[in-house]
Design a binder for this molecule. Structure first.
Ligand SMILES: [Zn+2]
Length: 140
């Protein structure tokens, strides 16, 4: 079943499908057009805008919101404490890598020593993060 819904100003009087009262011209109304595979042709019904809204709110209340598991990366199963440690390691490495890049950009020859020492620190972080959730894919 396929339903098309649109709003318009009522141009000629018709009967509201919900309350069975007249929809007067000039009032806001809702067209609902339903294409049902069991019917040979689509049929249209007209409703007061407020009647349709009431129906809609009714339906939503009967079918409450349930959260759909969002696609994408799954959250790591970690304790709060491990999560904090992991975050710290991620940040520390990000800072080191950033500084390495800046040094390499400004003066690669003079900075080689410093960059090497920083790389040792980064390697230690890689070892440490294995204990709290593993090495992120982007690090490899
Ligand atoms: Zn109505």
């Amino acid at each position: 079943m396929l339903a098309q819904v649109w709003v318009a100003w009522c141009k000629k009087k018709s009967i509201c499908k919900t309350c069975n009262e007249l929809i007067l011209s000039g009032l806001p109304m809702v067209y609902v057009r339903i294409r049902d595979t069991n019917r040979p042709y689509p049929y249209t019904m007209r409703k007061h805008l407020h009647c349709w809204l009431a129906d809609a709110i009714d339906w939503l209340e009967k079918n409450p919101y349930t959260r759909v598991n969002s696609p994408g990366r799954k959250r790591l199963q970690l304790s709060d404490e491990d999560r904090k440690i992991r975050l710290k390691l991620l940040r520390r490495r990000a800072l080191l890598v950033f500084r390495q890049r800046v040094l390499a950009y400004n003066n690669p020859k003079l900075a080689a020593d410093k960059i090497g020492k920083m790389q040792e620190k980064v390697d230690i972080i890689v070892k440490d993060i294995c204990k709290v959730g593993g090495v992120p894919k982007s690090w490899k």
